[in-house]
Design a protein around this ligand. Sequence first.
Ligand code: GDP
Length: 180
Amino acid sequence: MGLTKEDKTILLLLLWPYAKISRLLRPHLDSIKNKVLKINKMATNRTFTMIKPDAFADAHTGAILAMIEKAGFKIKAAKVTHLTAETAGKFYAVHSERPFYQDLCQYMSSGAIVAAILEKDNAVADFRTLIGATNPANAAEGTIRKIFAKSLEANAIHGSDSDENAAIEGSFFFSGLEIM
Ligand code: GDP
């Protein structure tokens, strides 16, 4: 069954605003696409770090931040703070079934820390390389953990292990207003 003249008029009236909007947007599509890509790129180019209680208490913060900046990371947010055992437990909830979970929460709430969001191309992977292996005994020479860590637990610094976790961990500590 074909469309009547009246149907066609109604259809035209319904579609007209969409046609008009798409004609208005067309010249700006490239710029909109670039902005979206830039936002995505920013998200994947960020990582989250904490200078842990042992390194902070031993006054290694300045030296560690200098290594981070020298490696090309830009500090987009930073604060000194002190986790409670409860907030540390929430941050490390992914490890709640591991045997070291209680010790880890106790250690992470034992003193002040520095939390920071960092930006650089390939931030997550490059930062993991800069900090070295979890266990300082296995960390490469020149890495932050090799230089400053005291033990497997008190290993000086945290670095997110994925873009997704970097975003979650960053927003655990910082509101949008605090991030550059
Ligand atoms: P990371 O991503 O390199 O920090 O390592 P994980 O996510 O596996 O572990 C989180 C943190 O828990 C580590 O940075 C250490 O501080 C601590 N940790 C990891 N494994 C152990 C362990 O076997 N024993 C203890 N006591 N602490 C651990």
